[in-house]
Design a protein. Structure first.
Lengths: 277, 172
């Protein structure tokens, strides 16, 4: 964990422009306001559903959270492709992929939890092994594995490359997860918004509240991505500077020892060619 | 950036770092094995259950001989007018593609269970009936406002009150 003590050791960070600073702050503020408005509209303004009654209110949170998980894994996969492609290869893309995958794992966990909370009163069960739920759980575990793989020590370039390949393999589960409700028999309902004909099955203020939820959580993802990327950049800078400083200290110690040996009186040393008796 | 070999030779804790590295690799191998086990379990459950999560009533009735008395999931729509509650069970008919099946359920139906909804039951054939012990409600992707004009109804009286006309009717 990076503390203020560690940060003091870092070389001064590159001065960020005003646009960058205020832009990121605005992103966070808009996201918070949007999520607050979604909660207010979802809980107090929108009507109950004709079938679900008050249980419908989780629709304003669960699908946007799942969407952010997909988006985050998509960004991780795109950044991994950018790293693997020689023309764009840079540690920047590895950091983006790692940061995005971490956010994706958190939102995937939230998707599983909110879905379970919604499933108990509507379906009658907390969990069932249908294709949608199973593939979502698999997606969560696959990206947990990806995050673990990123921690395996080794040559940085080899580490970045194997992580990028792992992210692409894990991402293959995203389309399977999304289309599972159309490809197989599932207890989970088909898509409400992103169906084959892109025709929403929700209307009026319910649809607008859902749209606001999607936009707000997406802004929240963008803000989290920027912050997580910064933390990762500082951690890497700290690692590099700590190693460089330690090496410099050891070199100085080695030089001092060599100088001391050179300055030592020759009488203490046995003459060359003599045999001690 | 200095190379790893250079670092290992010059740093005082090079041996300790190497031991730490080995310990970390060991931990990661354990994590990897656990994750691989989790993935294997999920794939096993997926192949075994998720890909053929349920049989519709028409499919199950058509392959009744093969299904025998084995436990499986059955999907269909609760036929309106067939629902009867007794002290220990709920009886109703389930329908899909024009094929009906009589059901006897001994579980506790979820709160959204009612005539006309699609359900998935867990149970087996017994005589002429399908006996289940769990009902799961399969709701649609459609969300429809219960009172589409609720906001208009609620805001109209408040506007009326503002104008001094207080004799509004509550929304239906």
């Amino acid at each position: 964990m990076i503390t203020s003590k560690h940060l003091d050791r870092l070389s001064p960070p590159k001065q960020r422009s005003k646009v960058e600073r205020y832009g990121v702050a605005l992103l966070g503020a808009l996201s918070l306001l949007g999520i607050a408005a979604t909660v207010w509209l979802g809980l107090w303004v929108t009507p109950p559903d004709v079938n679900m009654g008050q249980l419908v209110r989780l629709v304003y949170v669960h699908p946007p959270v799942a969407w952010v998980a997909y988006l985050a894994f998509g960004v991780a996969a795109a950044a991994s492709i950018a790293y693997l492609w020689k023309r764009t290869r840079s540690p920047f893309w590895d950091r983006v992929a790692g940061a995005s995958a971490e956010i994706g794992v958190v939102f995937c966990a939230l998707t599983l939890i909110s879905g379970s909370i919604w499933g108990r009163p509507t379906w009658g069960v907390w969990w069932t092994w249908d294709a949608r739920l199973t593939s979502t759980a698999l997606l969560f575990v696959l990206f947990l594995g990806y995050l673990a793989l990123r921690k395996v020590p080794g040559n940085p370039e080899a580490r970045y490359k194997r992580s990028a390949i792992a992210a692409l393999i894990a991402f293959l589960d995203v389309p399977v997860d999304h289309f599972s409700v159309l490809w197989w028999h599932t207890l989970h309902q088909p898509p409400t918004v992103l169906d084959a004909g892109l025709t929403p099955h929700i209307h009026g203020i319910m649809a607008w509240t859902l749209l606001l939820g999607f936009c707000s959580f997406t802004l929240g993802f963008a803000w989290l991505l920027v912050q997580r990327y910064r933390v990762e950049s500082m951690r890497q800078q700290l690692d590099e500077e700590s190693l460089t400083a330690s090496l410099a200290e050891r070199r100085a110690e080695a030089d001092a020892t060599a100088d001391a040996e050179a300055d030592a009186p020759t009488s203490t040393r046995p003459p060359v060619g003599t045999i001690a008796r | 950036m200095p190379g790893n070999a250079d670092a290992a030779r010059l740093l005082p804790g090079a041996a300790a770092m190497s031991a730490h590295r080995r310990s970390m690799v060991r931990k990661l191998v354990v994590v990897g094995v656990v994750l691989a086990g989790a993935i294997g379990f999920l794939l096993f459950k997926g192949i075994g259950s998720a890909l053929n999560y349920y049989e519709t009533v028409s499919q199950a009735v058509a392959s009744r001989a093969q299904l025998g008395s084995s436990t499986f999931r059955l999907e269909g729509k609760v036929v309106p007018g067939t629902l009867h509650e007794t002290a220990s069970a709920v009886d109703f008919a389930l329908e899909s593609n024009g094929v009906k099946q009589d059901i006897v359920d001994h579980g506790s139906p979820p709160q959204l269970f009612r005539p006309g909804v699609h359900v998935v039951l867990v149970g087996h054939f017994q005589g002429l009936n399908f006996v289940s012990d769990r009902i799961m409600v399969k709701h649609s992707a459609n969300y429809i406002a219960e009172h589409p004009n609720r906001v208009a109804h609620q805001s109209a009286p408040s506007r009326s009150r503002a104008r001094g006309a207080g004799n509004h009717q509550p929304p239906a």
